[in-house]
Write a protein that binds this ligand. Structure first.
Ligand code: F6R
Ligand code: MG
Ligand code: MG
Length: 367
């Protein structure tokens, strides 16, 4: 059976700053999708990570489907009304345009979707991150799909012996999608050369070279590229199919124990370690640290199981403790050096204006 797994997420308001959405807001989005998705969606589940609400759904309409995207857009609009009525912070924050046009790409919400020929058993992972941008997934996807240090199946399983194809997007372009396809393992060094630059190059999708099937889809939205100014971090979502011709769940989760430093954190202007957290977790310290949740599912004829919380295990408590120390250590140097993002990423009005003003005061000394 052919089905589409579709995840669309937006920040449309939260309690106490940018911490988490209210129960009422979540329920409004959930109820809207439930009522208005009848006959369109096969199944759906609504969750949150930090201040972002994600609608994960299944249907048979293919990717970028107007009706499905409009349903999510309207659900977030309905949520925005509740957020306004409750006085939530940043009500409607990610709905950057007034009118819906075709699909939610370029309108603010982030989307990750895959159309699949459902396998007899179809396990997949849904990742949602807050206080960071889509480049946050570059390293885990590089390691999880191409490094035998994390993915032992690359050595042990004949169903992955041809490796994977990465489609990488240059997100500095907003007019059109500018992408390149590179094959691992042959072009691994080229892939690494791009993926190290998380602000410009982002993995958009990954395909199995053994079967041709799509394994992963990442939301590539960069909000400041759409709005022309800082409107919040992009807080990316990702779908990853696992097992069989794809990496095992544990091989995909493995690199998340690194807690690599990613862009985001306070005011979207700092670096912080990416912390794997439980489903429906809020953020806290210095508006962070950047967090990522992972819900594991199986799907049969489009019907989802309940989620299994992949980071809800004692192992990850130990990882979280270590990552907290990494966060504290980098925060000790405040705004200095690598603790804060470079000028080009400081979209937050104030400092850019400040630097422009100071720039005029510079004098060039003659020889
Ligand atoms: C980062 C984030 C927060 C806010 C910060 C200031 O993505 O959402 O760190 O940037 O709380 O928020 P505003 O500018 O809304 O007062
Ligand atoms: Mg926010
Ligand atoms: Mg957010």
């Amino acid at each position: 059976m052919k089905i589409t797994i579709c995840a669309i997420k937006a920040d449309v308001g939260s309690i106490g700053g940018h911490i988490k959405p209210s129960e009422k807001l979540l329920k409004t989005v959930e109820d809207y999708v439930k009522t208005n998705g009848k006959g369109l969606l096969i199944d759906h589940i609504v969750s949150f990570t930090g201040d972002d609400i994600a609608i994960l759904c299944t249907h048979q309409q293919g990717v970028l489907n107007e009706k499905v995207h409009k349903l999510a857009w309207d659900a977030f609009r309905a949520g925005t009304e509740v957020a306004k009525a409750q006085g939530l912070y940043g009500a409607g924050q990610d709905l950057l345009k007034d009118a819906f046009s075709g699909n939610v790409k370029g309108l603010g919400p982030a989307v990750a979707e895959i159309e699949i020929n459902e396998r007899p058993n179809e396990p997949f992972l849904f990742f949602a991150a807050d206080k960071t941008d889509p480049g946050a997934y570059n390293l885990p996807l590089y390691l999880g799909f191409s490094d035998p240090m994390h993915n032992s199946g690359l050595m042990l399983s004949p169903s992955m012996d041809k490796g994977f194809k990465y489609t990488i997007m240059d997100v500095s372009y907003t007019e059109v999608d500018r992408v390149v396809e590179l094959n691992a393992p042959e072009e691994l060094y080229d892939i690494a050369a791009l993926l190290r630059d998380t602000e410009q190059f982002v993995v958009e999708s990954i395909h199995s070279r053994n079967t041709g099937e799509q394994a992963a889809a990442v939301s590539t939205t960069r909000l400041h590229n759409i709005a022309g100014k800082y409107t919040g971090k992009d807080d990316p979502i990702m779908l990853v199919r696992v097992q069989g011709a794809f990496p095992a769940t544990g091989e995909i989760l493995s690199p998340f124990n690194i807690g690599q430093y990613v862009a985001g954190f306070m005011r979207g202007s700092h670096n912080g370690p990416l912390m794997p957290v439980k489903r429906n977790s809020c953020i806290s310290f210095f508006d962070g640290p950047p967090v990522v949740s992972c819900s594991a599912f199986c799907v049969r004829e489009g019907k989802l199981t309940e989620p299994a919380d992949a980071f809800d295990h004692p192992y990850w408590d130990h990882v979280r403790d270590r990552i907290s120390e990494k966060a504290t250590e980098l925060r000790r140097q405040g705004f200095f050096g690598p603790a804060m993002l470079p000028y080009s990423e400081l979209e937050y009005g104030g400092i850019v204006e400040k630097l422009k003003k100071i720039d005029k005061k510079f004098i060039a000394r003659g020889k």
